[in-house]
Ligand binder design. Structure first.
Ligand code: SF4
Ligand code: SF4
Length: 278
């Protein structure tokens, strides 16, 4: 079973829920797909056993045989290539804009003028956090290949014999779509605040458009605050779990420690509810 944990915005407790859920599973694989800002390792504290580079292909132009026709630059929708013809006869490549789509290489009419070369843009890390198989993708700062990294992470390393917990990036961009696509269930983590609700609505729209099963988890729940409950009732969405606000919890969180054992049974209950809905 593959469970994706996401949220409409950062800082809502998405990684808290994802790591605590992973801890409560019997045979879990936790995959941190929040490649631009992975932080599951701060709480799970895995022993990293293996690191692999993540390479993408980027163009390299041989100006000795390039005719400076400009076709590669025209094909690049990301404006990562600039070609200056006569009299300058120069090309410029901006690797932080390149999405490794291969369009420039496809259109270049001169054999050998533009070749695709591997470039390391991030890393995959593998380890163990107690009984949890830990995998994370980490993009180098400033790189633009997060979606590709996530796609590779899932395709190459997801172990479907386990209960897979995918810790998604926040928001509703293509990195989130790539992470949650193919999941059996999506948990939308939110906080009971107007901002939390506003971002939750965007996430709901996304998962509905993708046709995925989903439910809400309310983090920092406070008795008497019915903001999310009212919305969920009106939209006919189930709230699967409420993690109460507690100062002790917040203190532990700020030290990078989560009360995994204390909440284990609660998260086992959440897992059971997800299983029933899948
Ligand atoms: S398409 Fe090929 S030949 Fe034309 S400018 Fe680009 S690299 Fe040079
Ligand atoms: S690989 Fe794609 S994004 Fe990168 S320079 Fe070529 S056309 Fe542009």
């Amino acid at each position: 079973m593959k469970i994706a944990v996401t949220s409409g915005k950062g800082g809502t407790g998405k990684t808290t829920i994802a790591t605590m859920l992973a801890y409560s599973c019997d045979n879990p694989q936790y995959i941190d797909c929040d490649a631009e800002e992975p932080n599951g390792h701060l709480f799970l504290k895995p022993r990293i056993e293996r690191v692999e580079p993540f390479n993408v292909l980027v163009p390299k132009i041989n100006e000795d045989i390039c005719t400076f026709c400009g076709k590669c630059a025209e094909a690049c929708v990301y404006k990562a290539l600039v070609v200056m013809g006569e009299p300058l006869k120069k090309t410029m490549f901006f690797d932080d804009l390149c999405h490794s789509c291969g369009a420039c290489a496809y259109v270049c009419p001169v054999e050998g003028a533009l070749v695709e070369m591997p470039q390391e843009v991030g890393k995959f890390k593998f380890g163990k956090a107690g009984h949890i198989d830990f995998v994370m993708g980490e993009l180098n700062i400033g790189e633009a290949s997060a979606t590709q990294l996530i796609a590779n992470l899932k395709k190459r390393y997801m172990d479907e014999s386990k209960t897979v917990i995918l810790d998604s990036p926040p928001g509703t961009s293509c990195t989130v779509v790539e992470t949650i696509e193919g999941s059996d269930y999506v948990l939308l983590v939110t906080e009971p605040t107007p901002f939390g609700l506003s971002d939750l609505k965007l996430s709901v729209e996304l998962v509905r458009n993708m046709g995925l099963k989903f439910g809400i988890v309310v983090n920092k729940h406070e008795e008497g605050n019915s903001l999310i409950d009212d919305y969920a009732r009106d939209e006919n969405i189930e709230i699967l779990f409420r993690l109460p606000f507690s100062e002790d919890f917040a203190r532990s969180y700020s030290k990078g420690e989560l009360p995994f054992e204390e909440f284990k049974d609660d998260f086992k209950g959440l897992l059971k509810r997800i299983e029933e809905r899948v």
